[in-house]
Write a protein that binds this ligand. Structure first.
Ligand SMILES: Nc1ncnc2c1ncn2[C@@H]1O[C@H](COP(=O)(O)OP(=O)(O)OP(=O)(O)O)[C@@H](O)[C@H]1O
Ligand SMILES: [Mg+2]
Length: 297
C-alpha cells in the first residue's frame, strides 16, 4: 500500500466557551487504505458493574453503553474508578488478587464474563493502550507491531505481514516517520512515537474495541494532537473508550462522555452521560457542570 499522509486541519467541536479552543492540529496522518475485511463494528455495554478491592466497594452498579464505532470518553476526578471500570471491560480487573466484580459486559450482546467465554478471547477482542508507552524496547519496530499476532491464531506470509505492518503504522499515524527504519529497535523512538507504536501493535490483532487509559498523559502537546487525529481513523475500525483528565481532549475527540464521581468515601458512580457537546454545553447535573468547567477535580 502506498497511501500518502497529507496534512489536514482539525475540526474542533463547538463546546462551552469555558473549554478553550486550541491551536490547529499539527500535521496529521491520512486515513490508511482499507486492509483485510474488518469485523463489523461492535457495541460494548456494561450492565450494573460493581467492583471491590478486598472488602472495599469502589464502583457501584455502573451501567454504560459504548456505541459501535464511537469514541466514548470517561472523565472524572482522580480515584473515582475510571481505570477500574476500564479494566473490567477486558477482564483485567481480575488480575488483582483481591479484586471482585459483579455485573455483565456485553460485546455485541454476549457477556465476556459468561462461563463459556475465554479470558484470552476478551483480551484479543478488546485491546488496551496504557498511560505509559510499553513497546518491547529491543524488538524492531516491525516485530513490535506483529508481536501480538499469535494471539489471533492466524498464519500470515511475509507479504501479508508487510501489509499489516504498514496498515497498522498508518493507523497509528507513525508510518511516515518510521517506514525507512522498520528494523530499528522500538526503544529508540520518542515517547510519542512509542505510544503510536503501541496503538499500531494493538490494532494488528484486529480488536473490536480499543480501551485507552490516559494515553497522552505522558506526552507533549504535539504528540497528543497527532494521537487525537489518529483516533478518528481508528474509530472507523474499532469502538474506542478513552479515559482522560484533559477536558479539551474529551471535547475534541469523543462523541459521548461519562462523568464518574466518588464523593466522600462513597463508591464511584456515573453521575451523567451522553452526547459530549451536550454535556459540555448544557450539563444536566450541577456537579458535571462544575467538573467540566474546572471548578473541582
Ligand atoms: N490494585 C488496587 N488495590 C486496591 N485498591 C485499588 C487498586 N486499584 C485502585 N484501587 C482503588 O480503587 C479506587 C478507584 O481507583 P482507579 O484507579 O480506578 O481511579 P481513577 O479514576 O482511574 O483515578 P486516576 O484518575 O487517578 O487514575 C481508588 O480508591 C483506588 O485507591
Ligand atoms: Mg486511572
Amino acid at each position: 500500500m502506498t497511501t500518502a499522509e497529507p496534512t489536514s486541519t482539525q475540526v474542533i467541536p463547538t463546546v462551552d466557551s469555558a473549554v478553550p479552543v486550541q491551536e490547529p492540529a499539527p500535521a496529521a496522518p491520512a486515513p490508511p487504505a482499507p486492509q483485510t475485511p474488518q469485523a463489523p463494528l461492535a457495541e460494548l455495554e456494561a450492565r450494573d458493574i460493581s467492583c471491590w478491592f478486598g472488602d472495599r466497594l469502589v464502583l457501584d452498579r455502573v451501567s454504560l453503553t459504548m456505541p459501535a464505532g464511537g469514541i466514548t470518553a470517561l472523565i472524572g476526578p482522580s480515584g473515582c474508578g475510571k481505570s477500574t471500570f476500564l479494566r473490567t471491560l477486558n477482564r483485567m480487573h481480575e488480575l488483582v488478587p483481591s479484586a471482585k466484580l459483579s455485573g455483565e459486559v456485553l460485546l455485541d450482546g454476549e457477556d465476556i464474563y459468561a462461563a463459556e467465554k475465554k479470558l484470552t478471547d476478551a483480551r484479543r477482542d478488546i485491546g488496551m493502550v496504557f498511560q505509559k508507552p510499553n513497546p518491547f524496547p529491543a524488538m524492531s519496530i516491525r516485530d513490535n507491531v506483529l508481536a501480538g499476532l499469535k494471539l489471533t491464531g492466524k498464519r500470515a506470509n511475509r507479504s501479508e505481514k508487510d501489509d499489516l505492518v504498514e496498515h497498522c503504522l498508518k493507523l497509528g499515524g507513525l508510518w511516515n516517520e518510521v517506514k525507512d527504519r522498520l528494523d530499528a529497535p522500538g526503544g529508540g523512538l520518542s515517547g510519542g512515537q512509542q505510544q503510536r507504536l503501541c496503538i499500531a501493535r494493538s490494532m494488528a490483532i484486529k480488536p473490536r474495541v480499543l480501551l485507552m487509559d490516559e494515553p497522552c498523559s505522558a506526552l507533549d502537546p504535539t504528540s497528543t494532537r497527532v494521537i487525537e487525529e489518529t483516533m478518528k481513523y481508528l474509530a472507523e475500525e474499532v469502538t474506542i473508550v478513552i479515559v482522560t483528565h484533559n477536558m479539551q481532549q474529551a471535547a475534541r475527540v469523543s462523541d459521548q462522555c461519562a462523568f464518574f464521581l466518588a464523593s466522600q468515601g462513597t463508591p464511584g458512580v456515573i453521575v451523567e452521560h451522553g452526547d459530549t457537546v451536550a454535556m459540555f454545553q448544557n450539563p444536566q447535573d450541577e456537579r458535571t457542570s462544575d467538573y467540566v468547567n474546572g471548578r473541582f477535580g
